[in-house]
Design a protein around this ligand. Sequence first.
Ligand code: SF4
Length: 536
Amino acid sequence: MHCSLPISSERRVLCVFPAYTPSFGTFAHAFRLMYRVRAFMPPQGLLLIAAYLPASWPVRFIDENIAPARAADFAWADIVMVSGMHIQAPQMRDIAARAKAAGKVTVLGGASVSGAPELYPDFDYLHIGEIGDATDRLIACLDDSVAAPAAQRRFETNERLPLSDFPLPAYDLIRLGRYLIGSLQFSSGCPYRCEFCDIPALYGRQPRLKTPEQITAELDAMMAQASHPPVVYFVDDNFIGNRKAAREMLPHLIAWQRKHGYPLQFACEATLNLAKQPEILALMREAQFLTVFVGIETPDADALKAMRKEHNATLPMMEAIKTLNSYGLEVTSGIILGLDTDTADSESRLKDFIDISAIPILTINLLQALPRTPLWDRLKRDGRLIADDSGLESNVRFLRPYDEVVATWRRCIAYAYDPERLLARFAHQVDATYANRMIAPARGKLTIPNLRAALVLAFNIALRVGLLSDYRRPFWRAARHAFRRGQIDAVLGIGFVAYHLIEFSREALRGDQNASFYSTHRREGTLGSEPLRKSA
Ligand code: SF4
């Protein structure tokens, strides 16, 4: 569905999605192992806006994670539209500067500007909030004139477009084969109120939903491209924010998979109490969900209570993780350090958690206060917010000494991504998780692009990980274990994920990456879209 406003002018729109600052969650190091993969995930939000623009307006779409917008692209455009998250703020400002130099009017939307519009004085128009009445007013304004306004103008959504009226994202404007994983949004919003999270304030506590037919139509659109990612990530804030809706949608997904010979696999983000939903878990297994990101945040029950995340403690944490594993779901976990409840013991408790849970991928971040969160308000009241340009790794004045918190982070990263330990955790997953997955017919996956991609990946893993790396021994130990159980797919998955995590953590420990990956905070359905993080 395009915007239905009467339009009188033709406007050429250049949509530019900024490059990501590297993070654990973008898997950038792994791209060099893959065939033509250049970016992490299609930017859902900007693709959605591109699809919503008036049908008569030509749209050009550039994802700067793949290639930068050229001078000719800016020269072609009447309007430059940008979106992104806090982590992309410098890149967004850079795009605005290039567009201004080319004499073009600039528009910014997405998660970051919706949370903190004051950070972006350089743009002509700001779109705050999700797609809705503000989008229509903005389009009407641009239809009227593309001259830069004398002063910045803001359009804020009061009435959101229902998700059931969302257009199909403009996948036709991008080449999906360039992305590591596909993205898809089923719901928006989360019923919980974790202290550090901006999702409830930005997107509401009553999850809003697409129809199952919209979901399968989006999958059809992805499949229409000869080459597309084999895994699609449900970018919902919390996949079980509305459990009834998830339960009702999953059979449609299963029917679609059956009809097409199971061409895709899925991942999502959900709260840990998913473990209490055996019916949903069984359906997810049948639909071929392989991974679930869970914002575990801390293994400490009192700390969960303090951050208002008690729902993670409604059942024993290790038991919940084992339950998810028993349905073939590998858990990826978000962890936060620098909490007010941290003590001298927190480090050893986290290390124990890493060992006992055997979760391979943990994004361990320093606490960061996001605008429009209860945490932000509390720290502001207490005078504990630090300016972003302080040069520190976080904008929070921790209760424990700053150097000690950062040193703890470094030691925990070194511990978690020590190759022996990481690959032992993967080897554990072979029996605990991968063996529990449903063996689906291979028919839908047997395509020439898929076979070519698998061959290139296998060759590069054998060379860079299996032969040239200094962690080839633990890799082959895990790989042999998976081979013996016939899990060839798992060997490829272990190889490319381990390669990225080990290389990235080594950079981080050398000081080439920072400790605050917080702002990979994912958010879809607005003018923005981001890599893996950590809402549920
Ligand atoms: S952190 Fe997750 S569970 Fe908590 S409010 Fe945000 S989206 Fe919901």
